[in-house]
Write a protein that binds this ligand. Structure first.
Ligand SMILES: *Cc1c(COP(=O)(O)O)cnc(C)c1O
Length: 532
C-alpha cells in the first residue's frame, strides 16, 4: 500500500513518509492508493475483538508489515490506548429506542482528538527512532534526527497534541494559542504539562494570527530545515486512519446490545446512520472510509453549527466561504469572509481542511471512461482546479452527478446555538423517562444530536451520534443551558482530573506581539533550554 496526493502529483509515498511529511509538496492531501477491502469473514472473525484488536486488524490493511511489523504495531496500539479511562476505549450508550451515543471523550484531554493523537504521538516517536537506528547502523551520519512539531490551536487540538507528544524522544512540541482566547480549562490543560519537550506560546492576537505565523515559519526554508518542522494538524493521514476504528467498534457494540449476530439474516434488515458534529471533516471522513471498506452504513449525517459551508455544499453542490458584507467606513458594502463564534467553538471554521479528500473521490468516481492510471491523474487535475477556485474565487462548484455521488453517502443539516441549548435541555430532562435516560450533552455533541432528531427515520434504522467532548470541557454552554434546573449540579459531572486544574503550576512563554520573528526567537531560546 502506497499513498499519493489529491492534487495529481505522480509521486507514490510510503505510510511512514506521509505520516512524517503531513502535507504533499503540491499542497494536496495524501490518500491511499486503494481503499482496502475487508476480509470476507470479518463479521465473524472480528466479532469479539476489543478496540485495540480491531485497531490492529484495520491498521494492518493500510500499513505494510515491512514498514511496521505487526508486533511493533500491536505494542504501539496498546501503549496509545492504555491512557484511556474506559476499558472499552469508546463506549456506546443507549439513550432511547434505536438511538445511541458513542462516547469518544475518555482520553487524557476529554475530547475525541485524543483517539488519533495518542496514537500519532507514539507513531512519530517510533518512526523517528527507527530512522535514527538505521542511519546509526549504516554509519552514514552521526547526526540524530529530531523533529520540532509546530502548531496553532484554538483549544482542542493543542491540548490533545501536547498530551500525545509529552515526553516523547527526539520530539519537541510548540503550540501557539491566542492569549486569553481559549477556555480556562483548555488553557490549563495545555500549560500545566511541565514535560521539558512541551512549549506553549501565548500570543497576543487571534487564532488566525497564530495560524498565519505557523504557516510563515513552515514556508521559511532556512528555519524549517534547521529545526526539521513537523505538523500535527487534522490533515495527517494517521489521524483519519485511527478514527476508522470506532466506527467498526460501535457497529459490533450495537449488534451485541441488540443480541443479533452481524452475519445473521435479521441483521440485513437493520439500517445504520452515524451522525457527526463536524468542523474540519476529519471525524466523519473516517466514517466514509469505513463505509467504503464495507461496513454497512446507510448514511453519514454531517451536522454543522452556523459555520455551515459543508451543509450548504450538500444542499447545492457549491462549496463557498461565508461572505459577510461589511461597511468599509465610507458607506460602501464590501465582501469579507467570516467565521461565526458559536457555542461549539471546535467547529468554528471557514473551510474544512479534510474535505479535499472527499472531493478527490467524487471527481474520480464521476469519470467512468478511462483506465486506472489515467482516471487517477484526471481526478487529481480536477481537484487541483477546484482548490485553485477556492483560493481565487472563495468558491468551488461540483457537477450535478458529483453531488449525487456525495449524497449516496452523506446527508447534512445545520444547527443554531438556540437549538443546541434546547437539545441540551431536552436530553437532560427526557419527555418520557420510561423510554429515555437523562444525559448531559456537551454543546458539540448536542449539534449532532439535534441534527439527528430532525431527520425522518424509518423504524428499522438505528442512529449512532458521535460524542466529541465531555460536557465539563465546555462548561459555560452547558451551565447556561441548564441554569433553570435547580437539581442540576455541575460538580456532579466534573471529572476528578479537572478538580484543582486551574490552580496547578503552569509553564508558558508570553509573546507580546503576533510577530513571526519574535516567535522564532522564542522557539530557539526554548530549544536551548530544553537541551541543557
Ligand atoms: C475537533 C472537534 C470537532 C470537529 O471534528 P472534525 O474532525 O474537525 O470535523 C468536534 N467536536 C470537538 C469537541 C472537537 O474537538
Amino acid at each position: 500500500m502506497k499513498y499519493f496526493s489529491t492534487r495529481g502529483s505522480p509521486d507514490l509515498l510510503t505510510f511512514s513518509e506521509v505520516v512524517l511529511i503531513g502535507l504533499s509538496k503540491d499542497g494536496g492531501l495524501f490518500i491511499p492508493q486503494t481503499i482496502p477491502n475487508l476480509p470476507s469473514d470479518w463479521k465473524t472473525a472480528w466479532l469479539n475483538h476489543s478496540f485495540t484488536s480491531l485497531a490492529l486488524e484495520i491498521f494492518s490493511l493500510y500499513i505494510p508489515d515491512n514498514e511496521i511489523p505487526r508486533n511493533d504495531l500491536e505494542s504501539l496500539i496498546n501503549k496509545s490506548y492504555s491512557t484511556f479511562r474506559e476499558s472499552d476505549i469508546t463506549p456506546l450508550k443507549k439513550i432511547k429506542e434505536n438511538f445511541y451515543i458513542l462516547e469518544l471523550f475518555h482520553g487524557p484531554t476529554f475530547a475525541f482528538k485524543d483517539v488519533a493523537l495518542q496514537f500519532l504521538g507514539n507513531l512519530f516517536e517510533y518512526l523517528l527512532g527507527k530512522k535514527n537506528l538505521e542511519s546509526l547502523e549504516k554509519k552514514n551520519s552521526n547526526k540524530k534526527e529530531r523533529i520540532t512539531i509546530l502548531g496553532a490551536t484554538s483549544g482542542d487540538t493543542g491540548s490533545a497534541a501536547i498530551y500525545g507528544l509529552r515526553n516523547k524522544k527526539d520530539i519537541s512540541v510548540f503550540i501557539l494559542h491566542p492569549r486569553g482566547k481559549v477556555s480556562p480549562v483548555q488553557e490549563a490543560q495545555m500549560t500545566t504539562v511541565l514535560d521539558k519537550n512541551v512549549h506553549n506560546l501565548a500570543v497576543e492576537g487571534t487564532f488566525d494570527d497564530c495560524q498565519d505565523i505557523v504557516k510563515m515559519l513552515f514556508s521559511d526554508n532556512q528555519f524549517n530545515q534547521k529545526h526539521n518542522l513537523g505538523a500535527i494538524n487534522s490533515i495527517n493521514w494517521a489521524r483519519i486512519l485511527a478514527q476508522i476504528v470506532y466506527y467498526f467498534h460501535s457497529y459490533f457494540q450495537l449488534f451485541s446490545s441488540l443480541n443479533i449476530l452481524p452475519n445473521s439474516p435479521e441483521a440485513n434488515n437493520i439500517k445504520l446512520q452515524y451522525c457527526v458534529p463536524t468542523g474540519n471533516f476529519g471525524d466523519i471522513l473516517a466514517g466514509y472510509y469505513a463505509k467504503h471498506m464495507g461496513l454497512p452504513i446507510e448514511n453519514l449525517l454531517v451536522a454543522t453549527n452556523s459555520n455551515d459551508i459543508l451543509d450548504r455544499f450538500f444542499k447545492t453542490g457549491r462549496y463557498e466561504k461565508i461572505v459577510k458584507i461589511v461597511n468599509d467606513g465610507e458607506g460602501n458594502g464590501v465582501g469579507g469572509h467570516t467565521v461565526y463564534e458559536t457555542l461549539s467553538p471546535a467547529m468554528d471554521i471557514s473551510i474544512s481542511s479534510n474535505f479535499e479528500r472527499l472531493l478527490w473521490y467524487l471527481a474520480y468516481e464521476s469519470i467512468d471512461t478511462k483506465s486506472g492510471e489515467e482516471r487517477m491523474n484526471l481526478a487529481g487535475s480536477i481537484v487541483k482546479k477546484w482548490m485553485e477556485d477556492v483560493k481565487s474565487k472563495q468558491c468551488l462548484t461540483v457537477e450535478k452527478t458529483q453531488l449525487e455521488l456525495a449524497l449516496r453517502d452523506f446527508k447534512s443539516d445545520k444547527i443554531s446555538d438556540q437549538e443546541t441549548m434546547e437539545t441540551i435541555r431536552r436530553y437532560y430532562v427526557p419527555q418520557d423517562s420510561r423510554s429515555q435516560i437523562s444525559y448531559v450533552l456537551d454543546p458539540h455533541t448536542a449539534v449532532g444530536v439535534a441534527a439527528s432528531d430532525k431527520q425522518k427515520i424509518p423504524s428499522n434504522m438505528y442512529q449512532i451520534c458521535l460524542s466529541t467532548a465531555h460536557p465539563a470541557k465546555f462548561s459555560a454552554a452547558v451551565e447556561e443551558s441548564l441554569k433553570s434546573y435547580n437539581e442540576f449540579k455541575f460538580q456532579e459531572i466534573l471529572p476528578k482530573e479537572f478538580v484543582g486544574l486551574l490552580e496547578k503550576e503552569k509553564r508558558c512563554v508570553y509573546i507580546e506581539k503576533a510577530d513571526p520573528e519574535m516567535v522564532k526567537k522564542a522557539i530557539e531560546s526554548e530549544l536551548e533550554k530544553e537541551f541543557i
